[in-house]
Design a protein around this ligand. Structure first.
Ligand code: GLN
Length: 542
């Protein structure tokens, strides 16, 4: 059985618990431990797939096709361990499981209650599918004190009491605010949130204190005394210039050492952080800057495109440049000529999205990139709209559109009702449930010989992650090819267009999948690396 580390948050939300878990995961790996990271979320949606990115930020898709919390993206980027469906569980799913069992008659004769039935199910889920790990880092979403988080806290309290002593550690992430008028760091909110935890029966082993200013020895002593935590386990966590610096600063503050001690594990050799130093150095000291316009819908909510943001940073790391992002709301182009707004950008990216609003603006951005020879990257919705654009403006199919927006005279993008998954056929109907029914997770794609993407990937077949309901309609393939579009990536059965490109254009690629989900700072995704290279080349022309 692996050891468990439970990560809770106090005082306010958005303290970066997910990042803390991810950075700690990396440090433990560098000490030779096999880690697994997971997240429990207290909301009642069965998964975040049905939530708007405004509510919950990006939906991160795992290889095995689960729609999960965006923190799982941080976990993968920092540790390289592919997340699985079992690594993200919401209260909704827990209750669903309990209620399904109740209907099935599993508790026949009994009263079904939060304790023990819900808490038992939570404990089951926490311990499921972790046999291959030495240490499981399990983050509890929300803030201590929230009503809906209580069953989770109760479950981890019980678990710590049931597992052998010393095999469970509690890490609490908290805030130590600086109050200007008093000129002081305030430890009271931390004290209160730890008191709240202790009232439930959880004594944290380590406090990770987010603070804007240096945590003074006096503040540390005070927190240690009041919260019954050792002084050296009161660890400051300061804002970093880049998130990839976090493992370095946590290590310098002793976080991994304290955690190893709390779990009674041998410390082993000092972790080698040179790869993180190299990444940080490249992020902080680039040779140049390239400007990429992202024409999307949820542009004021940066978490909505978390992985995309990071993948572009990784592309910058691969090319020694800083990628400056210009977020543009697609609606802008409906009223304004794209050329005003896009002047001075080195490349354009149209990301994934849903719904009609903004679609025509995105199509205008595709036209701009295509006609001016500006590097263009279309992802999922962006690829579908690039095909609509090519159909209308290159192939003369005037009624081209996606049926996502209603009936189309020419359904160049249409609802996919049947496809293959590992030898089985998956079927969907327009009236099906919305939750969890898209084409989700990793699917293979064959790359056409001699194509740009084949050169970039350097291989004939790739696996990439999907999350979409609609698909480019292969009935239009021949007409689009005749008009100049190249279908350089297809599903192995030859039915589903996966990648399009435009020969003769400096860099024009649309992909039906989400390559950003696989990009990592240590292993930038080849498409992002080459897109940024093309943007850099473009920046040298002007
Ligand atoms: N809305 C499109 C679809 O469902 C694209 C989805 C996406 O970009 N992730 O197919």
């Amino acid at each position: 059985m692996p050891r468990f580390v439970f990560i809770t948050g106090g005082v306010v939300s958005s303290l970066g618990k997910g990042l803390a878990a991810a950075a700690l995961g990396s440090l433990l790996q560098l000490r030779g431990y096999k880690v697994r990271l997971r997240k429990l979320d207290p909301y009642l949606n069965v998964d975040p797939g049905t939530m708007s990115p405004y509510q919950h930020g990006e939906v991160f898709v795992t290889e095995d096709g689960a729609e999960t919390d965006l923190d799982l993206g941080h976990y993968e980027r920092f540790t390289g361990v592919p997340a699985r469906a079992s690594d993200s569980v919401s209260a909704g799913r827990i209750y669903w499981t309990v209620l399904t069992r109740e209907r099935h008659g599993d508790f026949l004769g009994g009263t079904v209650q939060v304790v023990p039935h819900v808490t038992d199910t939570i404990k089951e889920v926490i311990q499921k599918d972790v046999a291959d790990a030495d240490i499981v880092l399990c983050e509890i979403g929300g803030t201590v004190g929230d009503i809906e988080g209580l069953p989770f806290l109760e479950a981890i309290r019980q678990l710590a009491n049931e597992l052998p002593r010393g095999e469970v550690a509690f890490l609490h992430v908290t805030l130590v605010p600086f109050i200007k008028s008093a000129g002081e760091l305030k430890t009271k909110p931390t004290q209160h949130s730890v008191r709240e935890l202790r009232a439930i029966g959880i004594q944290p082993d380590i406090l990770l204190c987010r603070s804007e200013l240096e945590l003074t020895p006096e503040a540390r002593r005070k927190i240690a005394l009041q919260c019954s935590v050792r002084v050296d386990a009161v660890i400051p966590a300061y804002d970093a210039e880049t998130i990839y610096e976090v493992p370095i600063s946590y290590h310098a503050e002793g976080l991994d050492n304290r955690l190893i001690e709390a779990l009674g594990l041998p410390a082993g050799p000092e972790p080698d952080l040179s790869a993180w130093y190299e990444i940080v150095n490249r992020v902080k000291r680039p040779e140049g800057v390239v400007k990429v316009a992202i024409v999307g819908k949820y542009t004021e909510h940066k978490d909505a495109y978390k992985s995309l943001n990071e993948a572009l940073t990784h592309g910058g790391i691969a090319n020694n440049v800083r990628v400056e992002l210009d977020w543009i709301d697609a609606d802008y182009f409906v009223a304004v000529d794209a050329s005003d707004r896009l002047q001075g950008v080195n490349a354009i990216l149209v990301p994934g999205g849903f719904g009609e609003r903004g679609a025509e603006g995105k199509i205008a951005a595709v036209t701009y990139a295509r006609t001016r020879g500006l590097p263009f990257f279309g992802i999922c919705f962006g690829m579908q709209l690039a095909c609509v654009e090519a159909a209308r403006n290159l192939a003369g199919i005037n009624g081209a559109n996606s049926t996502e927006f209603g009936l189309a005279a020419d359904p160049v993008v249409g609802l996919m009702t049947e496809w293959q998954r590992e030898g089985d056929v998956e079927r969907r109907a327009p009236t099906d449930d919305m939750g969890g029914t898209m084409r989700l997770g990793a699917y293979p794609c064959d790359l056409q010989e001699g194509s740009l993407v084949r050169r970039i990937y350097g291989t004939a077949r790739v696996d990439e992650r999907h999350r979409h309901r609609y698909e480019v309609n292969s009935d239009y393939k021949e007409r689009l090819e005749a008009a100049g579009l190249r279908f350089s990536g297809m599903s192995p059965d030859g039915r589903l267009p996966e990648i399009v490109e435009l020969p003769g254009h400096p860099w024009f690629v649309g992909v039906q999948f989400h390559p950003e989900l696989r990009s990592q700072p240590m292993r930038p995704h080849p498409l992002f690396a080459d897109f940024v290279r093309a943007a850099r080349q473009q920046s040298m022309l002007v």
